[in-house]
Design a protein around this ligand. Structure first.
Ligand SMILES: NC(=O)C1=CN([C@@H]2O[C@H](COP(=O)(O)OP(=O)(O)OC[C@H]3O[C@@H](n4cnc5c(N)ncnc54)[C@H](O)[C@@H]3O)[C@@H](O)[C@H]2O)C=CC1
Ligand SMILES: O=C(O)[C@@H]1CCC=N1
Length: 265
């Protein structure tokens, strides 16, 4: 076993699936989760070994931590005595700094902080990585390789990670929220729910693909949809009158502030 994943919830399972799809052998991975039922589910689904005992990480070259930020301090305390001196610790916990992780581990432990997102489930993830104080370039590259198995990566200074958390970490939820509202609007206008859902989902996927594939600014793409005195202009006026743009800015700001707060800042 060279990789131990501690915490097999939404994000842990998502990354595990990506790693296995990218060709990593299930024999190479150990999953640690304190919920026995959860471990069994992952064993049945992916064929990985599972345990509830964090001491089993002994010997792992890389230890991926995917527990809630509130559970991380206690986990680090129980993990520290069992960690190999040259192990790489990769934390996914929102808002928790590399310094806070390092403070609970043996001096000199290599730590990388990562903010991934749930589209990793379909290999369209976006993850930002920041290196801790003892992390060598080669270990940062190793962590990047792990995350690249299910999407894109970017390496940033750690000071940017609260903003990243607010944009791409939480971002999928904002998109799903807009989709929910648009589907309800379709139903209000008399469309069957399944039809409304298909129309909205394909519209979001298509708009996302246009943004990426044309590389054009969103303003240019929006203007192409907006005919003079047309339907889109009427809709956009309502969005502006309702302060939707300002609400989105405030929402992202609130998420970044919450991420900062989780670090004790
Ligand atoms: N869900 C998301 O969209 C994203 C989550 N994250 C981060 O990923 C981390 C995990 O989030 P989720 O997967 O959503 O949480 P979750 O609650 O779905 O999963 C956490 C798992 O950790 C296990 N666990 C907790 N303490 C443990 C311990 N001491 N030993 C063994 N297992 C333990 C729990 O039993 C649970 O299965 C969080 O720190 C979150 O900030 C980061 C980016 C996106
Ligand atoms: O809501 C949260 O705290 C986590 C971090 C980013 C996405 N989900």
């Amino acid at each position: 076993m060279t990789l131990a994943l501690v915490g097999a919830g939404v994000m842990g399972q998502t990354l595990l699936g990506g790693l296995l799809r990218a060709g990593r052998s299930a024999d190479d991975v150990l999953v640690v989760d304190r919920r026995a039922g959860r471990g069994r589910e992952l064993h049945e689904r992916f064929g990985v070994r599972v345990t509830g005992d964090v001491a089993a990480v002994r010997g792992a070259r890389t230890v991926l931590l995917a527990v809630k930020p509130q559970d991380l301090p206690a986990l680090l305390d129980s993990l520290a005595p069992h960690l190999d001196p040259d192990a790489l610790v990769v934390s996914l916990a929102a808002g928790v700094t590399t310094a806070a992780v390092e403070a609970r581990l043996p001096a000199g432990t290599s730590v990388v902080r990562v903010m991934p997102n749930t589209p990793s489930l379909v290999d369209e993830g976006m993850a930002a990585l920041a290196a801790g104080s003892s992390c060598a370039d080669a270990q940062l590259a190793e962590a990047e390789d792990l995350l690249r198995s299910c999407g894109r990566t970017v390496v940033l200074a750690e000071k940017h990670l609260d903003a990243v958390t607010a944009l791409s970490g939480s971002g999928p939820a904002y998109v799903f929220y807009v989709v929910e509202a648009m589907v309800e609007a379709g139903v209000l206008l008399g469309l069957p729910r399944a039809t409304a859902t298909e129309l909205v989902v394909q519209t979001v996927v298509g708009a996302g693909a246009m943004l990426r594939e044309t590389g054009q600014h969103p303003t240019v793409l929006r203007e192409q949809v907006t005919s003079p005195a047309g339907t889109t202009a009427a809709a956009l006026r309502q969005l502006d009158d309702s302060g939707v743009r300002a609400a989105l800015v405030s929402a992202v700001e609130a998420a970044a502030a919450r991420s900062h707060q989780l670090s004790g800042g």
